[in-house]
Design a protein. Structure first.
Length: 283
């Protein structure tokens, strides 16, 4: 499975290959194209090898000088897809967390089947208000985001209506270690884990926990990801948010989710692990 951070880069590399083919089909060297477009010749090489992202104007000039104007619109569309795959957190959160939380509400509401794998945190749809507050307050400090904590927490709580209303279904797989990561202190964690026991019994939720002792010989823990039907996959990275819409990559994540789900325990076995984590808070 490719690294999630590679998806946007791979899209730019594919665009560079297409541009190089257009140039060579036109019988131009990189130096020739640079001279015609008024660029340094190294710019052509950097674009073709995905070391520099072309602008729409660069693509227009490239196609014009290579007598391939009819391909400019399609190539520009490919550029937009590559650029839209990865969004830095500072761009998403420059005005605070509330708008970033609200931005995904339409996606949540139209999705019928959620598949969520989390190796680090309890995922948003089944978080308590106290757990959300602890997480978001930490983000505000760490990323130096404008403080709109109360409004952002309320938006995240309001989004959870999809767990209880309509025909939405949630397949959630957690690593057991998630149950042991102290977020917000013992009281917050005890409340959160107790809430997991409650929501895990809902008909709309399938909650699986991969035990610490599970044999990981064939599948190691991977990056956390969310699948929204078969429409897209969202991955949260240290530096930003990655959106995957290519059917081939979505299918890869679906296959990995199935394998992770097969490693998990459910029902009474999952409740036993959650209860053990609650009891450990008292020791």
């Amino acid at each position: 499975m490719p690294s999630p951070s590679s998806s946007a880069q791979q899209a730019l590399e594919a665009l560079g290959v297409r541009l190089r083919e257009i140039r060579t089909d036109a019988g131009l060297t990189g130096r020739d194209l640079g001279r015609l477009a008024g660029w340094h010749s190294s710019k052509v090489s950097r674009i073709e090898h995905a070391k520099q992202t072309p602008s729409p104007d660069d693509i227009d000039a490239w196609c014009r000088h290579c007598r391939a104007v009819d391909q400019a619109a399609d190539l520009t569309a490919s550029l937009r897809i590559a650029e839209g795959m990865f969004v830095e957190w500072r761009r998403m959160e420059r005005t605070g967390l509330r708008l970033a939380q609200q931005a995904v509400v339409p996606l949540w509401e139209r999705t019928r089947g959620f598949r969520i794998y989390s190796p680090r945190l309890i995922p948003g749809p089944v978080q308590t208000r106290e757990y959300i507050t602890a997480l978001l307050s930490g983000l505000i400090v760490r990323r130096r985001i404008p403080d709109d904590l109360e409004a952002a927490v309320q938006v995240r709580v309001d989004k959870q209506h999809v767990v209880y209303e309509g025909d939405h279904r949630f397949a959630i797989v957690l690593e057991e270690s998630v149950l042991r990561y102290p977020i917000g202190g013992d009281d917050t964690m005890a409340g959160q884990l107790g809430h997991l026991l409650t929501v895990g019994a809902l008909p709309s939720v399938s909650l699986g926990v991969i035990p610490l002792g599970a044999d990981r010989s064939t599948l190691w823990p991977v990056e956390g990801f969310w699948m929204f039907d078969d429409e897209q996959v969202s991955v949260e990275l240290v530096s930003g948010h990655l959106t995957i819409t290519q059917p081939r990559e979505i299918a890869m994540y679906a296959d990995v989710f199935t394998q992770l789900a097969d490693l998990a325990v459910y029902g009474s076995a999952a409740r036993h692990l959650i209860t053990a984590a609650i009891n450990a808070l008292d020791t």
